[in-house]
Design a protein around this ligand. Structure first.
Ligand SMILES: Cc1ncc(COP(=O)(O)O)c(C=O)c1O
Length: 403
């Protein structure tokens, strides 16, 4: 009954005793930052995704910024970003002085398609240097089709929502999200609402050795210690030709975007549970589909993409608020009064004042239509079937019994 149940946020981390032990072990050990636990985290993510290189960092936003600088995006360049994403995907281009073209998305799935990408590219007024498909909610964009349209243009997948999923390759095989089978880089966030939590944390995956080296350098203030790429040999090497023990040089500017061992210990331990977490989340979404079936006149589950097996990060439903005779704010407040947290992912980023000031008011019909009807219902590993049934029943109640 309302008031008696603990509040159910739309998303939340799931921490067990062994996660706490993993973190306290690091606190008792030698390395609080760069060291064996950070390496182990990167190796584990490489195993999960199948990518050759993993560069951990301090957040998904930092990961996105690193990709933009590793690709040398800058003033005069344009990057294509779907309008339906978190702010940080678009901001990555702006951090390095590049501009953003917002691509429209499918009105039912929220995903950028090869067609909306192509349409966005056709509006470019300058050189389009990169595209950032976003695997929103846990479903992936059709990467094979996007690669075909992109040609040689670098692709960076924002895979923050889709860790643990697989998508279909052109030959029909399934490839892990983050494997970069069709992209130069993929990025992840390990914010607590994501499937795997680090507190704050992120990572970039890539199969490209050169990009990996630049990502690592930009993550670490721009410092280089690699004897093979040292520029100033005169001051770097001793008389025997070995690099001086104190030596590092800075060929370009970087930031401190390193992930600490404390965060990586949590991330590493949680990565070991990825399959279980994805299984629970996917099963809860199936349970929602059953429990919401009686509300079909006004509430629909997101259509499933044939291009992937989702790892659901969010449980977004499509609601016809007009048909139910209400609006989204009323529904969210009424659910909150029943101890149910909901959210909207997302206001199309082109509608943010910052971007409207830069590029004027732009209309993207697919993103607008998707935005009008979405609501993210609670989805977290600790939820039970009974929680799902409660949410579905309360949603039915606040929507007036189904329309
Ligand atoms: C799609 C997407 N991109 C980027 C980010 C940024 O990640 P972080 O919050 O770790 O900076 C997030 C996380 O909120 C996200 O959902």
């Amino acid at each position: 009954m309302p008031g008696e149940r603990p509040f159910l946020p739309y998303g939340r981390h799931f921490i067990e005793d062994d996660d706490i032990e993993a973190v306290t072990d690091v606190l008792r050990g030698e390395f609080l930052t760069t060291g064996p636990v950070v390496d182990a985290f990167e190796n584990k993510l490489a195993e999960v995704t199948g990518a050759r290189h993993v560069v951990s960092c301090s957040s998904g936003t930092a990961a996105l910024h690193l990709t933009a600088s590793a690709l040398d995006l800058g003033p005069g360049d344009w990057a294509i970003v779907p309008a339906m994403t978190f702010l940080a995907t678009a901001n990555a281009a702006r951090y390095v002085g590049a501009d953003v073209i917002f691509a429209d998305v499918d009105a039912e799935t929220g995903l950028m398609t090869s067609e909306t990408f192509e349409a966005a590219r056709a509006t470019a007024m300058g050189s389009v240097k990169a595209v950032y498909p976003v695997h929103i909610n846990g479903q992936t964009a059709n990467m094979a089709a996007i690669r075909q349209v992109a040609g040689d243009m670098p692709i960076v997948e924002d895979a923050c929502h889709a860790l643990g999923g697989v998508h279909k390759a052109a030959n029909g095989e399934w490839v892990p999200v983050g494997s970069c089978a069709y992209s130069e880089m993929s990025i992840f966030s390990f914010h607590p609402v994501k499937t795997v939590a680090m507190g704050e944390g992120g990572a970039v995956t890539t199969n490209d050795d050169h990009l990996a080296e630049r990502l690592r350098r930009h993550r670490n203030i721009g410092m280089n210690r690699n004897p093979e790429t040292i520029e100033n040999a005169g001051q770097a090497f001793d008389t025997s030709g070995e690099i001086n023990p104190w030596y590092y040089e800075m060929p370009e500017l970087g930031l401190n975007y390193r992930a600490s061992a404390v965060h990586c210990a949590l991330g590493l331990n949680q990565l070991g549970k990825l399959e279980r977490f994805v299984g629970i989340r996917n099963r809860l979404v199936e349970r929602y589909a059953e429990a919401l079936a009686p509300l079909a006149a006004v509430v629909r589950m997101l259509p499933k993409s044939a291009d992937c097996e989702a790892a659901w990060h969010l449980c977004v439903v499509l609601i016809d608020f007009d048909a139910a005779g209400t609006d989204r704010a009323q529904v969210m407040k009424a659910l909150a009064a029943r101890n149910i947290g909901t959210q909207v992912h997302y206001l199309p980023v082109n509608r943010q004042p910052y971007y409207q000031r830069l590029y004027g008011e732009t209309t993207l019909p697919g993103a607008d239509a998707y935005y009008e009807k979405i609501l993210s219902l609670p989805l977290q590993v600790s939820m039970t079937d009974e929680d799902v049934e409660y949410v579905a029943a309360m949603l039915g109640e606040v929507l007036g019994g189904g329309g």
